[in-house]
Design a protein around this ligand. Sequence first.
Ligand code: FAD
Length: 408
Amino acid sequence: MLHPLGQNTIRALMRQTAQPQTRARVISDFHIAIIGAGIGGLTAALSLQRHGFGVSVYEQATELREFGAGLVVTPNAMHALNALGVGAAIIETSNVSVGLLFKHYKTGEVLQSRPPGDYYKSKYGASHLLVHRADLHAALSAAVLANDPACIHLDHAFSELCQDENGVVARFANGATIKADALIGCDGYRSTVRDQVYGSTPVTFTGQISFRALVRSESLPEEIRQQAECLYVGPGRMLLHYPLRNRALMNVVAHARQDRWEAEGWAIPAQRSEFLELYSDFHPNVLQLIEAIEPNALFKWGLRDREPLPQWTLGRVSTLGDAAHPMSPFLGQGAVMAIEDAMVLGRCFAKTGTVGEALRLYETARKPRANAAQLYSREQGTNLQHIDPGRGAEAIGLFNYNPTTVPI
Ligand SMILES: Cc1cc2nc3c(=O)[nH]c(=O)nc-3n(C[C@H](O)[C@H](O)[C@H](O)COP(=O)(O)OP(=O)(O)OC[C@H]3O[C@@H](n4cnc5c(N)ncnc54)[C@H](O)[C@@H]3O)c2cc1C
């Protein structure tokens, strides 16, 4: 365990923040700190609140927001979102998938197809949706704040922690210090919590870059609007598009091989001309779609990867979502796995009498599944750039899981 604050500072902080204990504590008295108000952190907060725990979420950003991009939310996550009371709000603003077509990058020939959302709903008992990230994020934050209007603390960039048998002390870049009974790092693939507990683990460039954009559907030719869910697979490149917000928007995301990448972040502005040049041999529908992207609406970034963590938890501190298992986007299951983690975390705290036992149960229940999905997603990154698009998340059995009932 790293103690980056130094032993004397730690002891002083523990004394400053220690709460007088006048009676034996039951676990529902516990206060849990969550670092990061992304999809994983907010779902974890909601899941813990639902079981009666006190939760505080600390987010580095100065406002609550998500990127303008799409997410495929599959039945395994929808079970949790329904149980947490946000399913209906998400369904209202989302699209039910009409069935994804895998197409040859140049000819547009249909190579494979996936069934429509209704098929998944009848098979797995929950919807399969195409969701705007901001809508999911807004529904989760509204539900968390409805339970506790003071739960989310913005402008709190976590910087360091220490822990002992009495609790965890965390310190933030703004100078604030808090104490909690447990701390969950939901701070994404570059997790500072993870680095604090285990030391830095290398995050490497995958050799793939991505482009993303949202296009107004009304600016697209009828043929593209009709066949709205397509994934074009080509040598070293793929491009996926699907509709959002009741078909008002078309989500475009593309991944292509590239030798080097330096810049950090999800929102690096890109030029339509460079996107067009890279995809110039793709089907004319793809080129029309790229041409319809408005100025300043195209972004690019380099995809990062990290080996799965052998251990997620140390003492009172654990990790969740991309902080535990940073997932490449090729399986469309990164946010879904974060939601599953969050649902199971709440159940584990509700089931046990100590923080240590709750976190041990959580890691045992979640690590094998999430780490396996992380590795398969990496493999799928190669599959999706050949003419044979490989097996998707359903084919490898990921939808056959209900985080609200899975034994823990
Ligand atoms: C192109 C693309 C497409 C994708 N498509 C899908 C899909 O269709 N379906 C799917 O399930 N997944 C998809 N994913 C994956 C998904 O986006 C991620 O797995 C998911 O966002 C992880 O959620 P998270 O809450 O763990 O982390 P994040 O979403 O990264 O949230 C982390 C939060 O922590 C905050 N934070 C970071 N550091 C600190 C700090 N030091 N202190 C305080 N706060 C901090 C951040 O500001 C952020 O709010 C896709 C990913 C990409 C790149």
